[in-house]
Design a protein around this ligand. Structure first.
Ligand code: HEM
Length: 125
């Protein structure tokens, strides 16, 4: 249905929640990413679910609780080179594989997440 948001096409809260939880399991096991993140990823995952919900056209959960995302500014405390951006996207693709997310919605998400990940790079490699 052409009037669906990407969030709805994805499968809403349930599928997004599975994707994000699977993604952070990968992140916690990736040597280029794990050192940047807290040991307990519960709160990180909660915020990412809120963010991706609104990123995909669902309810504005992130902004309602935290204000404007200002994602690049919020990532400035962390050294992010192209290595970390690639690793982030690799973990996301692995998570999509694991939950068997395929088709145009996957391609659309990868395209937009690639742009966002590249935008977070704040140091040369
Ligand atoms: C928070 C790393 C890309 C969305 C964080 C945190 C780290 C991080 C270390 C803090 C975690 C915490 O303290 O709980 C990275 C790295 C990236 C990347 C290395 C590689 C390019 C992205 C992308 C998105 C994103 C592409 C969105 C699609 C977020 C959000 C938060 C966050 C929403 C929570 C911000 C808050 O504290 O409110 N990220 N990130 N990140 N990241 Fe990323």
């Amino acid at each position: 249905n052409s009037s669906q948001t990407p969030y709805e096409t994805l499968g809403g809260e349930q599928v997004l929640s599975q994707l994000v939880d699977t993604f952070y399991t990968k992140v916690s096991q990736h040597s280029d990413l794990a050192p940047l993140f807290p040991d307990d990823l519960t709160e990180t995952a909660r915020k990412q679910k809120q963010f991706l919900t609104q990123f995909l056209g669902g309810p504005t959960l992130y902004t309602d609780e935290h204000g404007h995302p200002m994602l690049r500014a919020r990532h400035m405390p962390f050294v992010i080179t192209p290595i970390q951006a690639e690793a982030w996207l690799f973990c996301m693709k692995e998570a999509m594989d694991e939950i068997e997310l395929t088709g145009p919605i996957r391609d659309y998400m990868i395209e937009r997440l690639t742009m966002t990940a590249n935008h977070m790079v704040n140091q040369p490699s």
